[in-house]
Write a protein that binds this ligand. Structure first.
Ligand code: SAH
Ligand code: SF4
Ligand code: F3S
Length: 500
């Protein structure tokens, strides 16, 4: 999420109120899209030319927000492939343009409207050439704003909430049948996941797998409980099946996704609820799956069984994204986080006892309503004490309909900006320390793809760091020991020293 584009579909960049420095799997957010102009190629697209029959319909998908949106975009793309669509990275070639949106902060949500302005112009230009363009707004802005989107942007043909995307083919055919401005934002009874076609498009070494969706925590700043609904956990059998298929297609590293993933409680093979630790145990049995990760976790749901899994399960990577949000207890209480700073520090101490090398990352908000200078100092103190490998930091953004938006004591923008800058200096220092400490070590790297320089491959350490090394492309998909020689701003580099 940051200085570079990330894997498939994620549009990200470091905006003034977000600092995200490795990639989408580090944490959850990919928004603040300043660094990825709309006109640039969408990484969603496959290289042009090989798959498209001349008459194929083309779909352009731009993904905002978190990893779950990346997963959802992949599933929509797979569904559309079955309908004869091929992906394009050029919106002006698209018969169907989908913006898969994020509502988490104002900036992410507003960006959608500027993109819609550009799509409207493309739609008119194409109409002059006799070509139809269907514009769809999917995801969390669709869920949150519904009809309002069509009012503000009448060129939009379909508003598709995050719980309804399995209905996309049917809704498109209704549009072709002459219906207009469809808004589909119900939380339907049927299981969206079951209604989706089998996974077909995995081509990479890593994949996301949504295991849990929605959130019942209702942090007072957050829209997710409203955009994704209440917590739902997919059954273990469906997940093992989907993971197996991904592995058959070459995936070696799966990140389990959920807004509150460690609250997972899906139906197990015996019909009883299974914990995330139980699910991880089942997935670890899949031959060929080398690495398992999960994100994002709430401190309240970090069970002993899950902590123990980090000590016991080799395939579970020593990396944990565990947002704490603020260092002052009165701010945490106003946020409805249901944990104190001391609870959080005690929890990470327990986790580190179980897995001493674990890399921790977190999310932090500055300028929550009522946050005083002293409260902010408590946040800095917690960051210093916790020694995060990485952290994502955000200026508080009031979201319509959330309790915090109307709280007294809204913090001026200038104060938020200064606090964010100070916080990011502390975060960056920790990040540099963590990466610097890897120099001279051997790390097992799962190679994912060719690097930018000839002869170079890029992979990931267990701690999710990007690692560059000169290596044979045949090693893509394999875990190889690399001796780390240097730590750069966003990645490590080293030399291959053995195979594991
Ligand atoms: N538990 C979720 C959190 C999703 S939102 C998950 O799956 O990751 C990701 C992060 O965005 C939150 O942890 C929080 O730090 C930040 N965030 C959420 N709402 C925000 C708001 N209104 N303003 C600023 N940051 C916010
Ligand atoms: Fe939002 Fe809080 Fe739920 Fe995370 S735990 S999704 S921050 S309400
Ligand atoms: Fe954004 Fe929705 Fe994800 S609001 S962070 S895309 S769950």
């Amino acid at each position: 999420m940051q200085q570079q584009k990330v894997r498939r579909g994620a549009n990200c960049g470091t905006g003034p109120d977000a600092r995200e420095t490795l990639d989408s799997r580090k944490g959850i957010l990919l928004d603040d899209l300043d660094r990825m102009p709309f006109e640039e190629a969408s990484p969603q697209a496959e290289p042009d030319g090989h798959a498209a029959a001349p008459a194929a319909k083309r779909v352009f998908i731009k993904t905002f927000g978190c990893q779950m949106n990346v997963y959802d975009s992949e599933r929509m793309s797979e569904m559309l492939a079955a309908e004869g669509y091929v992906e394009t990275d050029a919106p002006d070639e698209a018969d169907l343009a989908i913006l898969n949106t994020c509502h988490i902060r104002e900036k992410a949500a507003e960006k959608v409207y500027s993109d819609l302005g550009r799509l409207r112009d493309i739609k008119s230009a194409r109409a002059e050439g006799g070509k139809e363009t269907l514009i769809t707004v999917a995801g969390c802005v669709a869920q949150a704003e519904g009809e309002e989107i069509v009012r503000r942007a009448p060129a939009v043909d379909l508003v598709l909430g995050s719980q309804s995307y399995h209905r996309l083919p049917e809704l498109l055919s209704r549009l072709r049948g002459g219906e207009t401005a469809l808004v589909e934002t119900a939380f339907p009874d049927e299981d969206k996941f079951q209604a989706l076609p089998e996974r077909a498009s995995a081509k990479a070494v890593t994949a996301f797998l949504t295991v849990q969706e929605g959130c019942d925590k209702f942090c007072t700043f957050c829209v997710v409980p409203y955009t994704r609904g209440m917590e739902y956990s997919r059954p273990v059998a469906a997940l093992v099946d989907e993971a197996r298929r991904l592995v058959q297609r070459g995936v070696r590293d799966i990140t389990l996704l959920g807004q509150n993933v460690n609250g997972y409680h899906g139906e197990g093979p015996d019909g009883a609820p299974t914990t995330l630790a139980g699910l991880i145990g089942q997935l670890a049995g899949i031959e060929g799956l080398l690495r398992i990760r999960y994100t994002t976790s709430h401190p309240r749901d970090m069970s002993e069984a899950l902590i123990e899994a980090h000590a016991r399960e080799d395939k579970l990577m020593p990396y944990l994204h565990l947002p704490f949000q603020a260092g002052a207890d009165r701010v945490l209480a106003a946020m409805n986080r249901k944990h104190t700073a001391a609870d959080y520090l005690a929890l990470i101490a327990r986790i580190r006892r179980a897995r001493p090398d674990i890399a921790l990352s977190t999310d932090i908000i500055v300028g929550f309503p009522g946050e005083s200078d002293a409260d902010f100092e408590a946040t800095l103190a917690l960051v210093r004490e916790a020694e995060f490998a990485h952290a994502f930091s955000f200026k508080y953004s009031p979201r319509p309909g959330t309790p915090a938006a109307t709280m007294d004591g809204q913090v001026p923008e200038e104060v938020k900006r200064e606090r964010l800058e100070r916080l990011q200096e502390v975060i960056d220092a920790g990040y540099r320390r963590f990466n610097g400490a890897c120099v001279g070590k051997r790390l097992p790297v799962l190679f994912e793809k060719a690097g930018r320089h000839a002869g170079q491959l890029v992979g990931r350490s267990p701690y999710l760091q990007l690692v560059h090394a000169d290596a044979d492309p045949a090693l893509i998909g394999r875990v190889i020991d690399v001796e780390i020689r240097a730590a750069g701003a966003n990645s490590l580099s080293g030399a291959i020293c053995g195979q594991s």
